[in-house]
Design a protein. Structure first.
Length: 267
C-alpha cells in the first residue's frame, strides 16, 4: 500500500488547480502525522476524503488553513499557484480559504454578529443568511456558547456563507447532527460550492472530510480519496469508494482500488 500512485490530477482532475499539495510532511507536537502527501484540487471541483481515525485527515485541512498547532517540515502548499507556507491563518482566509471545524471552539467575548461583520466587511445580508439557517436569534450570543451540535455546525456554514471563500474546507460537516440538520447543511454547502451551476461555471472548490459518507446522500462530490497512515493511498468515484469501504473496510478497500487502477494502467 506504500507504492506511489499515478498523479490523481491527471486521472480525475485537470488544471487550473486552485490547490496543490506537494510531498507534504506535517508534525503536531512530537508526532509526525502527514508523510509525503500529494493532492491537487481543480477549480470548481469537490473532493471527499475518507479514512480511519488518526489517518491525518483533519491535520491536512489544518495545515492548508495554517493552524498554528501544525508544523510543515517538508513539502509545499500552493493556492492558485502561489506557495502559502509563509502566510498566517488570517492571511490565508483573506486570500480565499475557509475552514469549518469538526468541533467548533467556544469563544468567550466574541459575539456571532461581530465575527460575521468582520468576515463580511460589514453587515450586509447577515440577518437574511442567519434567518435562512435558523440562527437569527443566536447573532448576539457569544460564539458557540450554549449552541447545540447542529447549531454549531450551522454557525460554521453561516460563517463560510458570509466569507464566501474560493476554497472551502469542511471537517466532518455531518458529525453529531440529526437528519434535519444534515439536510439543511447540505443545501447551503451545495449553494456555497455552486453545485447547482454547470461545471464550467463553478468557481469555488471544496474538500470534505467524512467518516460515514452520509453527506454524499445530499451532495454530489467529483472525486474521493482514501487516506491512511498520513498519505492518500487511492482514489475513485465517491459512491464506489464509499461502497468499497462499507463492504470491505479501509485496508481491503485500498488493496482493491489499487488493483483496479493497476489493471487500468496496464490496459
Amino acid at each position: 500500500m506504500s507504492g506511489k500512485l499515478r498523479d490523481e490530477s491527471k486521472l480525475y482532475d485537470s488544471p487550473p488547480y486552485i490547490l496543490e499539495v506537494e510531498d507534504l510532511w506535517v508534525k503536531a507536537g512530537d508526532n509526525l502525522i502527514l508523510k509525503g502527501l500529494d493532492l491537487r484540487v481543480g477549480v470548481g471541483k469537490l473532493h471527499v476524503i475518507f479514512g480511519p481515525n488518526g489517518s491525518g485527515k483533519s491535520t491536512l485541512l489544518g495545515a492548508i488553513m495554517g493552524l498554528p498547532q501544525f508544523e510543515v517540515i517538508k513539502g509545499d502548499i500552493k493556492f492558485r499557484g502561489r506557495s502559502i507556507l509563509g502566510l498566517s491563518t488570517d492571511e490565508r482566509a483573506k486570500l480565499g480559504i475557509g475552514l469549518a471545524f469538526q468541533r467548533p471552539p467556544l469563544i468567550k467575548g466574541v459575539r456571532l454578529r461581530a465575527l460575521l461583520a468582520t468576515l463580511n466587511g460589514g453587515d450586509a445580508k447577515i440577518e437574511e443568511l442567519a434567518d435562512n439557517l435558523d440562527l437569527k436569534n443566536h447573532l448576539d450570543r457569544e460564539l458557540n456558547d450554549g449552541f447545540s451540535g447542529g447549531e454549531m455546525k450551522r454557525s460554521e456554514i453561516l460563517q463560510l456563507l458570509v466569507q464566501r471563500p474560493e476554497l472551502i474546507l469542511l471537517d466532518e460537516p455531518e458529525s453529531g447532527v440529526d437528519l434535519e440538520n444534515i439536510t439543511l447543511l447540505a443545501r447551503f454547502i451545495g449553494e456555497l460550492l455552486e453545485r447547482g451551476k454547470h461545471i464550467v461555471d463553478r468557481k469555488r472548490s471544496g474538500i470534505i472530510i467524512t467518516h460515514t459518507g452520509h453527506i454524499l446522500s445530499y451532495l454530489n462530490a467529483d472525486i474521493a480519496h482514501v487516506m491512511m497512515e498520513g498519505k492518500i493511498l487511492c482514489h475513485g468515484s465517491p459512491m464506489d469508494v464509499l461502497h468499497q469501504i462499507k463492504a470491505k473496510g479501509y485496508k481491503e478497500c485500498v488493496e482493491c482500488l489499487l488493483a483496479e487502477q493497476s489493471k487500468e494502467e496496464a490496459a
